[in-house]
Design a protein around this ligand. Structure first.
Ligand code: PGA
Length: 247
C-alpha cells in the first residue's frame, strides 16, 4: 500500500505525527507492506520518524538527469542519500505538467542506477468505446521499461491509475471488474516484454479514488496486489481502514 501524500501533508509536524501513528499501528497490521511518498521537503523528516521500521519511504518524482546544472530538480542519487528507498514515476499529475514517455524512461534508468525501487504509474486520460486506452497503456509500459535488467524488473511495482478516476470518491472509482480487465492486459503486456519468472514478481497496484468504502471489493475482485492512495492518505484515520481491508 503506497500513500501518495501529494501536497496534502504539508508540515514537518503533521508528517512526523502521521508517520509515528502508522508506526504504532503497524504492530497489528503486519500482514500489509506499507510505503509513504511525502513531498521532497518532508522526506528526511519522515525517514527520521520511521528509522528502523518496516515502513518504506520514497519520493513522488525524480529528475531525468544526474548532472549538476538543473535548477529545482532532485536527482535519484540525492533521494537515495536522504534515505528514500523508492520513487513514483510517470504519475499522471506529472505527465500533465509535460513529462513525456521518454522522460519517464530516463527517470526509471536514473532511479535504477541509484538502486531505488520504482513505482511506475500508467493509465489513460479517458475511455472510448474503441478501446484506445489499451494502446496508450501498452505504449506507456513498453517505452518506460525498455532496457531494464531482469533483476530490476522483478522489484518493479506498476500502478494502474486511470486519470479520469483520480481524486474523486469511492462511488466514482473504477469498478473492480473493469480494473481486473486492465490488470490482465498489463500482465499480458509485461509477459510480452520480459521473462515470465520476472513478471510474476512484479507487484500490480490500482490507484484512483480508493477509499475505505471500495478497498476490500477492489482487492478481492480487481486482482490487484495493493493500492496507490492519494486523498484518502492525507489523514491517517482514513488510510488505516484501507490497510485493514487487506486482511
Ligand atoms: P486519489 O489519487 O486516491 O486521490 O484518487 C491517487 C493518485 O493520484 O495516486
Amino acid at each position: 500500500m503506497v500513500a501518495n501524500w501529494k501536497m496534502y501533508v504539508d508540515t514537518p509536524l503533521a508528517a512526523k505525527a502521521w508517520a509515528k501513528t502508522l508506526r504504532t499501528k503497524m504492530r497489528s497490521l503486519s500482514f500489509v507492506e506499507v510505503a509513504i511518498a511525502p513531498s521532497f521537503v518532508l522526506l528526511p523528516h519522515v525517514v527520521d520518524a520511521l528509522n528502523r521500521s518496516t515502513i518504506k519511504v520514497g519520493a513522488q518524482a525524480v529528475s531525468s538527469n544526474h548532472i549538476s546544472a538543473h535548477t529545482g530538480e532532485v536527482s535519484a542519487r540525492m533521494l537515495k542519500n536522504v534515505g528514500a528507498s523508492f520513487v513514483i514515476v510517470g504519475h499522471s499529475e506529472r505527465r500533465a505538467l509535460g513529462e513525456t514517455n521518454e522522460m519517464v524512461h530516463a527517470q526509471i534508468l536514473e532511479a535504477d542506477a541509484a538502486k531505488l525501487g520504482i513505482v511506475l504509474c500508467v493509465g489513460e486520460k479517458e475511455r472510448d468505446a474503441g478501446g484506445e486506452h489499451f494502446a496508450i497503456i501498452h505504449e506507456q509500459l513498453t517505452s518506460a521499461l525498455a532496457g531494464l535488467s531482469p533483476k530490476s524488473i522483478s522489484k518493479l511495482v506498476v500502478a494502474y491509475e486511470p486519470v479520469w478516476a483520480i481524486g474523486k470518491t469511492a462511488a466514482d472509482a473504477m469498478k473492480p471488474q473493469d480494473i481486473q480487465e486492465v490488470i490482465i492486459f498489463i500482465k499480458k503486456t509485461l509477459t510480452g516484454l520480459f521473462e515470465p519468472s520476472a513478471v510474476k514478481k512484479i507487484t500490480l497496484l490500482y490507484g484512483g479514488s480508493v477509499e475505505e468504502a471500495n478497498a476490500a471489493a477492489i482487492l478481492k475482485e480487481g486482482i490487484v496486489g495493493g493500492f496507490l492512495v492519494g486523498h484518502a492518505s492525507a489523514n491517517i484515520e482514513n488510510f488505516l481502514p484501507i490497510l485493514k481491508a487487506c486482511k
